[in-house]
Design a protein around this ligand. Structure first.
Ligand code: FE
Length: 179
């Protein structure tokens, strides 16, 4: 019985601590360097202009799997996203708009099942919003350019910041550094 309880906590505690609403997203078969965004005129790795695009418009230009997380604030299932245990050297961008978010050297091996970072590339890479949903007090992390939901921020990260940006893989693009 005690063993059953331990297994339960190992399996479900990360879900409870990170996010509650869960959507099942199958890992993408595409490579980590897939930067094509056909049909999305708002995607840019160089234009940092803040976007004011309606959810109805995002629904037209984003794949549904990205839309459900970025605009409907869904959460991918733990340990299913393409980046939760990725270790490549490079830069992570918003998959909806191309905004630069994280460098790989701020990514750390978290046990929560979602890609986790201790700091953003720039302070304005993201925005924060109090999230009182599901009877929890959390800090939501949104893209600083398009306002899309990325994940949540927790205070249990490693030095030097002590922060854990708990992100959804599906709303991240990764570009490896050129060698
Ligand atoms: Fe964005």
């Amino acid at each position: 019985m005690r063993q059953t309880k331990i297994i339960f906590f190992i399996l479900f505690l990360p879900i409870l601590s990170c996010n509650k609403k869960v959507v099942n997203t199958v890992p993408s078969p595409t490579t980590l360097t897939d930067t094509s965004h056909p049909g999305n005129p708002y995607y840019s790795r160089t234009d940092t202009t803040v976007l004011h695009v309606s959810d109805a418009e995002w629904k037209k230009v984003l794949p549904d799997s990205i839309y459900q997380v970025a605009r409907n604030k869904e959460t991918e299932e733990a340990f299913t996203g393409k980046f939760w245990n990725a270790t490549g050297i490079g830069t992570y961008y918003c998959a909806a708009c191309g905004n630069a978010l994280f460098r790989s050297d701020s990514k750390f091996a978290s046990t929560c099942g979602w890609p986790s970072f201790f700091e953003t590339i720039r302070p304005i890479s993201v925005e924060y919003k109090d999230d009182h949903s599901y009877n929890m007090e959390r800090t939501e992390v949104l893209c600083g350019r398009c306002g899309g939901h990325l994940g949540h921020l927790f205070d249990d990260g490693p030095p030097p910041t002590g922060k854990r940006y708990c992100m959804n893989s599906i709303v991240l693009d990764f570009e490896p550094d050129k060698k």
